[in-house]
Design a protein around this ligand. Structure first.
Ligand code: NAD
Length: 477
């Protein structure tokens, strides 16, 4: 048993000792680094990371092709470019982010000066999922380094080639007391979670997010949880249907639907249903043909996940759902699939789909859609396609979600000037750009006394102190 009480079934004691030693090494390194890891050193670390990624571009493409047949274009678009962008943006703005912020004195603190320093949290743990296995390990690392931390990365065991590549790249680039990688599955993850990290940045499912938060409670580590859920998409009566079809096909079927912010299901206003389905079917055919053996469509990450998706579809069809398009699955390939007539008895109505199946739900009254959205855990993303600004704003005002996309999908992930993250069921805290830097920083106020009058009210509460307190009472109370 480890400190969390988990049975260390598969993992040998030796591995646990190795994890403990890696952590102790970083902890010792951090003591010295607090003083010496300034703007210049952090920029060097980020530059080194950028160089290593560029040198490994081909290896990255090969690793993800081996892991889940991810098309080269998608590796470049959704792993390589966003990682490089995150580095470039952090490097460019780091000086400003790091600058202590001055705060003007209030009436009570007159005679003092205040500044807020963004300080490194310390030794951080980054646990990554398999669906964007490189970006979701490296993106948080950029923020961690920018904020002056050291980090241990635990990539996903489901994408072993990418995990091995991350481990090699990090080993060749950084001293292990700054960044190191521990490969492995649930056992390695739980052994890490038992250690007193200063911050844990977890990306993965809501179920494991709860395990991470419970572990963090034992050491009082702060957490950022980037989780998932069922992100709804709404097609309003005034939507540009051709454009909506393009964005939805891209958001849903790139990475074969294995995207945390992919539209999970789509609510379509009855008046535009036929035209929307025609536009979406045409778009899917144009992008992926009949979906069988398309070179532009990633595979499902494992046979187990492919079976889960086929199971969801079979369950829905057996309970009355109708397949409008696709439905074919072979091995780890699944064609883009549209289904309708979903009911609450079906498993697909409850589980995050995380694959290329898109349920289409017809509605007449937007109030019903809002009710359905609010009856579920707050989603990571909410997408609305409608040219009617008032209706769009009403939906936003009446619901809650991690983020919102209007007349687009997925692009909110690549905007580095806005926070990316969930709320409650879909996560907590935020990532990207300055918000990622904030997640890995402690905002430490430093208040300095110059000529504060507060000492005049210290006890004994007689004479002048008493008069001053009643003056304060009159002015401030
Ligand atoms: P997962 O939760 O199964 O695994 C994520 C990580 O946690 C992996 O490294 C895994 O080894 C580790 N892990 C798994 N079980 C564990 C346990 N019992 N104890 C400790 N660690 C454990 O998630 P996944 O299947 O890799 O990824 C898919 C999920 O991630 C989806 O729900 C998706 O929506 C979500 N996701 C969210 C974001 C985001 O940015 N919000 C991004 C990508 C994926």
């Amino acid at each position: 048993m480890n400190r969390l009480g988990y049975k260390m079934s598969k993992m040998a004691q030796m591995d646990e000792d190795h994890i403990g030693a890696a952590f102790a090494h970083q902890r010792a390194g951090m003591v010295a680094r607090r003083h010496t890891f300034g703007l210049r050193e952090r920029r060097v670390a980020l530059d080194d990371l950028a160089t290593a990624i560029k040198q490994n571009e081909a290896a990255l493409v090969a690793a993800m092709a081996a892991d889940f047949g991810k098309p080269k274009a998608e590796v470049i678009l959704s792993e390589f470019i966003p990682a490089m962008q995150e580095i470039r943006h952090a490097s460019r703005h780091l000086r400003r982010w790091m600058r202590p912020r001055r705060a003007a004195p209030t009436l009570v603190t007159f005679g003092t000066s205040a500044r807020v320093r963004a300080e490194a949290r310390g030794v951080c743990l980054i646990i990554a999922p398999w669906n964007y296995p490189f970006l979701l390990a490296i993106g948080p690392l950029v923020s961690a380094l920018a904020a002056g931390n050291s980090a241990i990365i635990k990539p996903s065991e489901m994408t072993p080639a990418t995990s091995a590549l991350i481990a090699r790249l990090v080993k060749e680039t950084f001293s292990p007391d700054l960044v190191t990688v521990i490969e492995g599955g649930v056992d390695a993850s739980q052994a890490l979670l038992a250690l007193p990290f200063d911050h844990i940045f977890f990306t993965g499912s809501p179920a494991v997010g709860k395990i991470v938060m419970a572990a963090a409670a034992k050491t009082l580590a702060s957490v950022t949880l980037e989780l998932g859920g069922k992100s709804p998409t709404i097609i309003g009566p005034d939507a540009d249907l051709k454009s909506a079809a393009k964005w939805i096909a891209f958001g849903k079927f790139s990475n074969a639907g294995q995207t945390c912010i992919a539209p999970d299901h789509v609510f379509v206003h009855r008046s535009v249903k036929d035209d929307f389905l025609a536009a979406l079917s045409e778009r899917i055919a144009r992008s992926y043909g009949d979906g069988k053996n398309s070179a532009h469509l990633a595979h499902i990450v494992s046979y187990k996940h492919a079976e889960r998706l086929v199971g969801l579809l079979d369950d829905a069809v057996s309970k009355g759902a109708q397949v409008i398009l696709g439905g074919d699955a072979q091995g780890r390939s699944m064609a883009p699939t549209l289904i309708e007539a979903i009911t609450p008895e079906m498993q697909i109505d409850h589980e995050e789909i995380f694959g290329p199946i898109l349920p289409v739900v017809i509605y007449d009254d937007i109030a019903d859609v809002i009710r359905q959205i609010n009856a579920r855990p707050k989603p990571l993303a909410l997408y609305i396609f409608d040219k009617h600004r008032g209706r769009t704003d009403d939906v936003i005002a009446a619901t809650s979600s991690g983020g919102v996309g209007v007349n687009l999908t997925s692009a909110q992930f690549v905007h580095h000037r806005i926070p990316f993250g969930g709320v409650n069921g879909s996560g907590m805290g935020a990532a990207h750009g300055y918000f990622g830097f904030r997640a890995f920083s402690h905002q430490r106020p430093v208040l300095t006394n110059h000529f504060s009058v507060l000492s005049l009210i210290f006890p004994p509460y007689t004479g002048r102190a008493k008069r001053l307190i009643s003056l304060f009472r009159r002015v401030l109370g």
